[in-house]
Unconditional design. Structure first.
Length: 136
């Protein structure tokens, strides 16, 4: 299991064909790997959240391309894809008084999964998870 900090960038995009492609092209052209993406569409626009490893700051790239962005510190957790893992993590953080405000993730057909979450105290959450789960 691996636990580390990541950065999430939230932007508004128009709900039109090709908008997402143009947006993610900014990351590809800079050689920045997207480790998580989520979106919510409402009528003619949408909110897109993109997570990248914490050592890459990309807000200047996004603002330079005309996007208004919100940068958020996230927790990236790579974990075994098996029942009960999400329960284990959420219970542990709750027991330590850490509130989870955003969560999304995916899994690889029974092998590994990645969970991205925002918490009331991301640095403390990483410390708790590493200590209690023996994570790297």
């Amino acid at each position: 299991m691996s636990v580390k900090l990541a950065r999430q960038y939230t932007v508004f995009l128009p709900n039109v064909p090709g908008a997402l492609s143009k947006f993610v092209e900014l990351f590809a052209s800079e050689g920045i790997n997207i480790v998580g993406i989520a979106s919510e569409i409402r009528d003619d626009s949408g909110v897109v959240r993109v997570a990248v490893e914490a050592d890459r700051r990309v807000s200047h790239i996004l603002t330079g391309a005309g996007f208004t962005t919100i940068e958020t510190q996230m927790i990236s957790i790579e974990l075994p894809d098996k029942p009960g893992q999400l329960l284990r993590i959420t219970r542990l953080l709750g027991e330590h008084g850490i509130n989870i405000t955003t969560v999304y993730g995916t899994a690889d057909a029974g092998q590994t999964g990645r969970l991205l979450m925002n918490a009331s105290d991301p640095e403390r959450a990483v410390e708790v998870l590493k200590k209690e789960l023996g994570a790297k």
